[in-house]
Design a protein around this ligand. Structure first.
Ligand code: GLU
Length: 318
């Protein structure tokens, strides 16, 4: 049933050519607008996929929830909350703006928050930070991932807006002065290459309460999973997160290369890849697929058809 559904969705949307690929990172402008992959991995490790589901792309902002999760584990909630909030923002992901009064970035899903978090990890782990980050993403995906050097170099060369954000953070003591070291890490983490099946496996690891259902390796603890899914739910789809929560109703994160990751608590990891983006920076075909999947399978967190709700009801009624 799931495989048929994915094939139908692929056919239904493969000729939708709305949207534009991101060009502000020059290397991303070379993306093939026809690329379109969908993958689902269940919380007990079954894989369903269609289209260009093995085509590699860079993770970009989909990295942000996981680096945030690592920072929470390393430093605890109290410290992290003085460096970054959990509030959705109406501003774009790359806005050069901090919260009034606290001077924190609004949340760790926008560049300012992610850079601040990366800075904290750098202060603690120094040059080992990248290996730590890469190893977490790799364990969650179930295979050794690596960095796309062309995209990394392109981001490094063109990332002056992120430099501006960083110096604003330094100004408010929200980040170490070693701006270039931190940005190097940030650009590298955004340039980690994976495919839709990898991404759906990462989602299934979240859905399976932190244990990769294919390798059985424990990657995140229960409290990290709760925080990661919460921040994805509130802030994961750029400044269209409220609309997404209403229509699709799943914790999700998108990135400017065209990937969208979502998790259905206790059930599924889902990933789509298609480079053309809408005004907010979300993949146009990806959004369509998720809207349909959510309705067809009753995945919305507040849908009465949702299996998770049934699961809870069974416990309550027992
Ligand atoms: N590396 C990208 C940037 O810093 C990530 C943006 C995104 O995917 O939202 O601009």
């Amino acid at each position: 049933m799931i495989q048929n559904l994915l094939e139908n969705l692929y056919e239904k949307y493969k000729n939708n050519n709305d949207g534009n690929v991101a060009t502000y990172i020059p290397e991303l402008a070379n993306a093939d607008i026809k690329d379109f992959g969908i993958a689902i991995v269940t919380s007990n490790g079954k894989v369903f996929e269609v289209g260009d589901s093995r085509k590699e792309f860079t993770i970009q902002s989909i990295s942000k929830p996981f680096t945030y999760g690592e920072a929470l584990k390393t430093f605890g909630e109290a410290k992290i909350s003085s460096y970054v909030g959990v509030q959705p923002t109406d501003e774009a992901f790359n806005s050069i703006e901090l919260e009034p009064i606290t001077n924190r970035p609004f949340n760790p899903m926008i560049n300012a928050g992610a850079i601040s978090i990366t800075g904290l990890l750098f202060e603690k782990y120094g040059d080992e930070t990248m290996d730590i980050i890469l190893s977490i993403y790799s364990k969650a995906a179930g295979r050794a991932l690596s960095i796309n050097n062309e995209v990394y170099k392109s981001e490094w060369k063109s990332g002056h807006r992120n430099r501006a954000i960083s110096y604003l953070l330094v100004n408010f003591n929200m980040m170490t002065e070693q701006v270039e070291k931190v940005l190097d890490l940030y650009f590298k983490q955004c340039s980690i290459s994976l495919n839709s099946v990898d991404l759906a496996t990462i989602g299934a690891t979240l859905a399976n309460i932190g244990t990769n259902p294919i390798t059985n390796e424990e990657v995140f603890d229960v409290s990290q999973v709760r925080h990661i899914l919460s921040i994805m739910f509130g802030c994961g789809m750029y400044n269209n997160s409220g609309h997404w929560a209403h229509e699709v109703g799943l914790p999700a994160k998108s990135g400017v290369s065209g990937g969208i990751l979502a998790a259905v608590n206790r059930q599924l990891g889902i990933a789509t890849y298609s480079p053309p983006l809408d005004f907010f920076g979300n993949s146009v075909r990806g959004i369509k697929v998720y809207e349909d999947l959510s309705k067809e399978l009753g995945l919305h967190v507040f849908d009465s058809m949702n299996e998770g709700s049934n699961f809870l009801r069974a416990i309550i009624e027992a």
